[in-house]
Design a protein around this ligand. Structure first.
Ligand code: UFG
Length: 339
């Protein structure tokens, strides 16, 4: 049994990671400022696993409070997810994004160094591949960003490269997520965005329960088979299991390293593919209109997942149909999310 700190552990992805960790017998400590999550998540995690994570309502920018958590628990590793993540919003309030994501990470790293916790799994994003790389994306491609959110992820990856090269005690895994959707099959935890969803799947599920009138499909004239954007959707449970594999590798290897891994399914589906898979899974009609393109969106991207397959022994096992069934199961059972 290891003691793992999960920053942002109350969120959509974090809560699924906590469930996987608890199911594998680890002790889980969550640090989360609840800015985009709900305390009810703790009860739900407990219902699924029969175990409770230890929760601290702490902001990473609060160095003193974060230090107190490290002082109290002897951590073996940190999975760092806590961050702001709305691409569009990041262009409106860039300072908040840099402060939360970059300064928050710096405080965390400083505290980890002080308490000599050097195993880190970092929640990065496919957005670090920028707009110029060919698809599929491979880990060695040059990184760039097209918005402040993406830039925070590139900056933090750069910072982690620098600290690893300066101090070989660090042992770091950079996990580049593609498009996580779905929910735990119990329907007890899932995605619960505040306000109007920015992302495709929560928007679709809210249309299905009648909270939104219709989906706007952003662009029908992309150079893709049906003209709508193509993405690499990954079931959030597969994504969570990727973290466990990355963690196992960090803990098992005697040689310290920093490695990036794509966590995706390795294939693309269009917006219309997702809409019809969801209609099939839910038996609900999803009304939509095709509108203009959303600024900053790319036509198509998906992952090359060879490296994660070979080095982590990880691959996805859940299909798009399962992603839609589980997303629907969650939304149907929790039409208002956690509240
Ligand atoms: N889309 C719509 N209508 C919507 C929402 C989305 O048509 O209401 C389309 C988008 O145009 C895109 C696809 O659905 O073609 C997926 O969009 P999402 O917003 O769900 O996801 P993105 O690929 O835009 O963004 C995701 C993460 C970002 C991350 C990015 C790259 O949300 O954090 O992948 O990894 F930066």
């Amino acid at each position: 049994m290891k003691t793992i700190l999960v920053t942002g552990g109350m969120g959509f992805i974090g809560s699924h990671i906590c469930v996987s960790l608890l199911e594998q017998g680890h002790q889980v400590i969550i640090v989360d400022n609840l800015c985009n999550s709900n305390k009810e998540v703790l009860n739900r995690i407990n219902q699924i696993t029969g175990k409770a994570p230890i929760f601290y309502s702490v902001d990473l920018l609060n160095e003193e409070a974060l230090s107190a958590v490290f002082k109290r628990h002897n951590m073996d590793a940190v999975i760092h997810l806590a961050a702001l993540k709305a691409v569009g919003k990041s262009s409106q309030i860039p300072l908040s994004y840099y402060h939360n994501n970059v300064s928050g990470s710096l405080v965390l790293l400083k505290v980890m160094e002080k308490y000599e916790v050097f195993n880190l799994v970092f929640s990065s994003s496919a957005t670090v591949y920028g707009a110029k790389n060919p698809i599929p994306y491979v880990e060695h491609f040059p990184l760039s960003a097209t918005n402040p959110y993406g830039r925070t992820k590139v900056m933090i990856e750069d910072i982690l490269q620098d600290i690893f090269h300066a101090d070989s005690r660090w042992n770091i895994s950079l996990l580049r997520y593609f498009n996580p959707i779905g929910a735990h099959p119990s329907g007890l935890i899932g995605e619960d965005p505040k306000g109007i969803p920015n992302n495709l799947m929560p928007f679709i599920t809210q249309v299905a329960v009648g909270q939104r009138d219709r989906l706007s499909i952003f662009g029908g004239d992309y150079p893709t088979p049906d003209g709508t954007g193509v993405r690499d959707y990954i079931h959030v449970v597969d994504l969570a299991l990727g973290h466990l594999k990355a963690l196992e590798k960090l803990m098992a290897s005697s040689v310290k390293s920093i490695s990036a891994y794509n966590l995706g399914a390795g294939k693309g589906y269009s917006v219309l593919n997702v809409v019809s898979a969801f209609e099939k899974a839910s038996g609900k009609e999803i009304k939509y209109s095709i509108t203009s393109r959303r600024e900053g969106d790319l036509a198509e991207f998906f992952a090359d997942v060879t490296k994660a397959n070979n080095e982590l022994g990880w691959q996805v096992s859940r299909s798009l149909d399962e992603m839609c069934e589980d997303a629907w199961n969650w939304q149907r059972k929790n039409p208002e999310g956690y509240s």
